[in-house]
Write a protein that binds this ligand. Structure first.
Ligand SMILES: C[C@H](N)CC(=O)CC(=O)O
Length: 240
C-alpha cells in the first residue's frame, strides 16, 4: 500500500505550527514524513504571498528544496484551479515549468483538465486524476488521456464519518467500471480523513495523509506534524 504524505495543501500556514509558506521548512516536514513511512510526497508550491502557485519559478524553488530533503522519493504537485482559475493561464504556466515534478494532480471536474493532463503527459509528468464527485468521474470517463494516468485519486470532502463508506464506494465503483486496472488512491479531508484511510486499508487501495487533509490524529488530538500523521497511518496498516 502506498502512503503518500500531503504535507501542506492550500491550508493557511497559521492553522498549524508545522505549516509554513517557506519551502525549506516544508521540505523538512516532507523528509520527516518520509522517515515515518511515506513513500511519495504531494506538495503545494507557494508564491511570495504564501498562496498556491503554478508559476515556474515557484514550482522549481519548491521542488528543488523538497527533492534535496527527500532523495529518491517521487514528488507531486497540485494543478488546482484555485491557483490559476482559467484553463489557458494554467496550461501557459505549466508549459513554462523548468523543474518538473514526478507527478501532478489534475482535478477532472475543473475546466481544461484534459488539456492540463495532456500537457503534463507530453512533458513526461505523471498524472493523478483527482476525482471529487460524479461530475469528475464522468468527465474522466470521456477523456482521451484517461488510460495514460498514473492513478486516480478518489478525494472525499469533509463529511460525517457515517457517510464515508457509501460516498467512497460509489466513486470507486464508477472508476472501476470505467477502468478496472487503474490504481486508486482513496483519501478524505478533515472528518472523513481517517475513515477514508481505514477504508483504503480494507480495500487494498493506496492512500494519503498529512496536514493538507487533517490536523488531528485518529484519537482527535492535534498531531505534532506530518510525521506523526504518517506514523499513525502506518500503525493502522496490518502487517501481512
Ligand atoms: C481535495 C484536495 N485538498 C485537493 C488536492 O489535494 C488535489 C490538488 O492538490 O489538486
Amino acid at each position: 500500500m502506498l502512503i503518500q504524505a500531503c504535507v501542506n495543501g492550500a491550508q493557511d500556514a497559521a492553522a498549524h505550527r508545522r505549516l509554513s509558506t517557506d519551502e525549506h521548512h516544508m521540505a523538512i516536514e516532507a523528509a520527516r514524513a518520509v522517515a515515518a513511512g511515506a513513500a511519495a510526497i504531494h506538495v503545494h508550491p507557494k508564491d511570495a504571498a504564501g498562496r498556491d502557485s503554478l508559476d515556474g519559478a515557484d514550482v522549481a524553488r519548491w521542488l528543488t528544496a523538497v527533492r534535496a530533503a527527500c532523495p529518491g522519493i517521487p514528488i507531486g504537485v497540485t494543478t488546482g484551479a484555485w491557483a490559476a482559475p482559467d484553463a489557458e493561464s494554467r496550461t501557459a504556466a505549466l508549459a513554462e515549468w523548468t523543474e518538473l515534478p514526478d507527478f501532478a494532480s489534475v482535478n477532472w471536474h475543473e475546466d481544461g483538465a484534459d488539456e492540463v493532463a495532456a500537457l503534463l503527459l507530453s512533458r513526461g509528468v505523471g498524472v493523478e486524476a483527482g476525482i471529487w464527485n460524479v461530475e469528475g468521474a464522468d468527465a474522466w470517463s470521456r477523456s482521451a488521456v484517461r488510460g495514460d494516468c498514473l492513478r486516480v485519486l478518489v478525494e472525499l470532502p469533509d463529511m460525517d464519518v457515517a457517510m464515508v463508506r457509501n460516498a467512497a464506494e460509489d466513486l470507486i465503483a464508477r472508476i472501476t467500471r470505467i477502468d478496472q486496472r487503474m490504481p486508486i488512491l482513496l483519501h478524505g479531508e478533515e472528518r472523513s480523513a481517517w475513515a477514508a484511510f481505514d477504508l483504503a486499508v480494507e480495500r487494498g487501495l493506496d492512500s494519503r495523509i498529512g496536514l493538507e487533509d487533517c490536523l488531528a490524529l485518529p484519537d482527535g488530538g492535534i498531531a505534532s506534524g506530518n510525521a506523526a500523521l504518517v506514523r499513525a497511518a502506518v500503525e493502522r496498516v496490518p502487517v501481512r
